[in-house]
Design a protein around this ligand. Structure first.
Ligand SMILES: [Zn+2]
Ligand SMILES: [Zn+2]
Length: 335
């Protein structure tokens, strides 16, 4: 059997597939690449040719303009594409709209590059599809045993409870523009919250893109219309940078909240002056990471970015050969 490192290797630009002649989520401009999802640390503009899901291409066009790459090719989930003698297939990663794992088959080897992923249910994108493989390349943003996330529905219940308790105050929830904001809105709708949700203008284009792809968000109103008052008792969703900003002072005695996996870390919540931390993550926690490796049973397990050390130790104890690739440049925009 040919070696894994002939199929996939780590370069200064990130993962590269020599027999296929393309990078995966390169950290700088390259000739040919496959992009797993639209978060800005994984999807840069200025590449020659990009292969991605139609949703990811739409997200890149919305963020960078139609000329985000010299050429773009869409591959729907499950479609087989050939690159040299490598077969490429994108399958759902369950992270954000359009997010994909990259499945490579070459000379009897199956390699899966997860991109960012989670295993929990998310009504805004199809669920992670486990693909048994010889080589599994995983993110590990929350790769520490302390990261055991609660149910997202419980966190949203906490928010609604606080809204009921403080009807004279505005609940100002920080959530990243791509993925987290739409998931949070959908979770609120599933919890029976039918009133308009007020949104910061920076979320408009991604909200519209999700709606155009069939994700129902209910009634959304601009948070800062000229006729709007201080919005007591309402929920306002804004980019995290806005909740501690001058922008936030217009609201009625606002309660700053923040939806992120990092809200498990008290110091991070304090740092951001968050009164109501909501632990809602679009990444796999420790249990999901180890469950996934256990389920896929790869011969080798490579870690691209995040917390590696505990996972390396876990892999050793479970007889999986593991390597930390230490690719610089993934910034974890969405959390
Ligand atoms: Zn991401
Ligand atoms: Zn990432």
């Amino acid at each position: 059997m040919a070696g894994f490192r002939q199929l996939l290797r780590n370069t200064p630009q990130g993962l590269y597939c020599p027999p296929g002649g393309f990078h995966i989520d390169p950290v700088g401009p390259v000739d040919r690449c496959v992009i797993t999802h639209g978060h800005s640390d994984h999807a840069h503009s200025g590449h020659g040719a990009v292969l991605a899901t139609p949703e990811t291409l739409a997200i890149m066009a919305a963020r960078y303009g139609e000329g985000f790459a010299a050429g773009a090719e869409a591959a729907r989930y499950g479609e087989k594409i050939s690159r040299g003698d490598v077969a490429v297939r994108l399958v759902p990663a369950g992270h954000v709209l359009g997010s994909a794992q990259v499945v490579l088959t070459w000379k009897g080897i199956t390699a899966v590059i997860s991109g960012d992923y989670k295993r929990r249910s998310d009504p805004t994108c199809p669920a992670f599809e486990p693909v048994p493989c010889n080589l599994f390349v995983s993110e590990a943003t929350f790769g520490l045993p302390v990261f055991h996330f609660p149910q997202a529905s419980d966190e949203v219940a906490k928010l609604l409870h606080s809204v009921a308790l403080f009807p004279e105050r505005t609940h100002l929830v920080g959530a990243y523009a791509l993925g987290k904001a739409q998931r949070l809105i959908t979770l609120l709708r599933q919890a029976g919250f039918e009133k308009p949700i007020y949104v910061h203008g920076a979320l408009d284009s991604m909200n519209a893109l999700y709606q155009a792809h069939g994700v129902a968000l209910g009634t959304l109103w601009p948070a800062t219309d000229k006729d709007r008052n201080a919005l007591p008792g309402e929920i306002v969703i804004a980019p995290p940078s806005a909740i501690a900003d001058k922008w936030a002072r217009r609201f009625a005695d606002p309660i700053p909240a923040f939806a992120s996996g990092w809200m498990m870390v008290r110091a991070r919540a304090r740092q951001r002056h968050v009164e109501l931390p909501l632990v809602v993550s679009d990444h796999a926690d420790w249990d999901e990471l180890t469950m996934t490796v256990g389920e896929l049973k790869p011969e080798e397990f490579w870690i691209t970015h995040g917390n590696e050390d505990a996972l390396l130790r876990w892999a050793e104890l479970n007889n999986v050969a593991a390597t930390a690739l230490e690719i610089a440049g993934y910034e974890d925009e969405e959390e």
